[in-house]
Design a protein around this ligand. Structure first.
Ligand SMILES: *Cc1c(COP(=O)(O)O)cnc(C)c1O
Length: 370
């Protein structure tokens, strides 16, 4: 049996007619840049995330970059984030000329350890970028309290967490900015690259729109240096169709996670994902187990040999990346991140996974881990 890590084709089959009709209509109009569909997806995603303002952009990476740009964060500034995330989180900080300052993660959730943040704050600290890894929110109350005390901007990296909730509050609605990615493998995936920034502040929302179009307002009068960060109308029409199904697909992911929790419970040398007490909704962009006893590679190889897709998010924590050698971090600086990089393994969790497939994953794991 084959179980891919992610198969987007069954999802496409559910919406093919609708999506192709929407694309055909857009092609007939030849209105590819911004316009009504982009505005509509901004309104609908903002409402979905209980945020007031939205700016549809070219990717999740550009969403993070723009939030830093409109806050004027740059050379001499420091931004605190997790070393255990997709590279874009820290890359955006470096690209504006600021310095990423890493703070280790919690063992249970792989999200930033809020107990360790305060010690990393200096007079140069301007912002914190908590990452809601795998679809579960970081401990936002603690982060917002620190941000208020030290006058810091909070940019939520919610690329993996659309619809996730913390004590009943939605991802993107708690920080000063919330950044979403619509990369095809995210829970709400476009047909290419796309992203969005959400916020609840009118001035910030206006600046984001100006930044998205080379800092120009009015056209050809440039207030500051922005970029071409627009979402294509083509992506907007696809996302408008898919957004209607997002809750159904998220429920499918949660059901799969529940099933795995039962199917994998008794397997030795594994630990299963932990949902924090503060998490009122986990959207499971990834279902990540840990393999103990130094056996991750063997289990990974065994799953691959059994035609089961899996992957490691992420094998090298950011403080150990070659491009960040100049930051001066060393092996051992962030033990929980390094341990996660050595132990974690993501299993297939996409909504259309069948029960037989889940059973097969569980049986294969049981035989590999005994
Ligand atoms: C996917 C992802 C991003 C980047 O989003 P893109 O749309 O691929 O640019 C940023 N941060 C995290 C945590 C991600 O998972």
């Amino acid at each position: 049996m084959q179980v891919p890590l992610l198969d987007l084709k069954p999802q496409y089959e559910q919406i093919r007619g609708e999506v192709l009709a929407a694309i055909a209509e857009l092609c007939a109009s030849q209105q590819f840049i911004l316009g009504q569909h982009v505005e509509e997806i901004e309104r609908k995603v903002a409402a979905y995330c209980q945020c007031q303002y939205a700016c549809a952009v070219s990717s999740g990476t550009d969403a993070l970059l723009m939030a830093l740009m409109v806050e004027n964060i740059g050379p001499g500034d420091e931004v605190i984030t997790s070393p255990y995330t997709f590279f874009a989180t820290a890359g955006a900080i470096s690209r504006v000329g600021a310095r990423p300052v890493f703070v280790d993660i919690c063992h249970d959730t792989c999200n930033i350890n809020t107990e360790l943040i305060e010690a990393a704050i200096t007079p140069r600290t301007k912002a914190i970028i908590p990452v809601h890894l795998y679809g579960q929110m970081a401990d936002m109350d603690k982060i917002m309290a620190l941000a208020e005390r030290y006058q810091l901007v909070v940019i939520e990296d919610a690329a993996q967490a659309i619809g996730a909730q913390y004590k009943g509050r939605l991802a993107c609605s708690m920080g000063h900015y919330g950044c979403l990615s619509f990369f095809p493998s995210k829970n709400l995936g476009a047909f290419g690259d796309a992203g969005m920034i959400l916020c609840n502040d009118k001035d910030r929302a206006e600046k984001l729109k100006i930044c998205r179009a080379h800092g120009s307002s009015p056209k050809y009068y440039h207030q500051f240096i922005g970029g071409n960060f627009r979402m294509d109308a083509m992506q907007a029409v696809v996302l408008l169709v898919k957004l209607k199904y997002l809750d159904t697909w998220t429920n499918g992911r949660q059901k799969n996670a529940d099933d795995y929790q039962n199917l994998l419970a008794k397997i030795p040398n594994l630990s299963l994902p932990v949902t924090a007490a503060t998490t009122t909704k986990h959207v499971f962009n990834q279902y990540v187990i840990r393999v103990h006893g130094g056996r991750r590679q063997a289990v990974w190889d065994g799953l691959k040999a059994a035609d089961i897709g899996c992957d490691v998010y992420y094998p090298v924590p950011l403080h150990m990346q070659q491009c960040y050698a100049s930051l001066g971090y060393h092996q051992g600086d962030f033990p929980e991140s390094e341990r996660a990089a050595a132990e974690t393994l993501a299993l297939p969790i996409y909504p259309e996974l069948s029960h037989i497939q889940k059973r097969y994953v569980a049986d294969t794991l049981a035989s590999l881990c005994k």
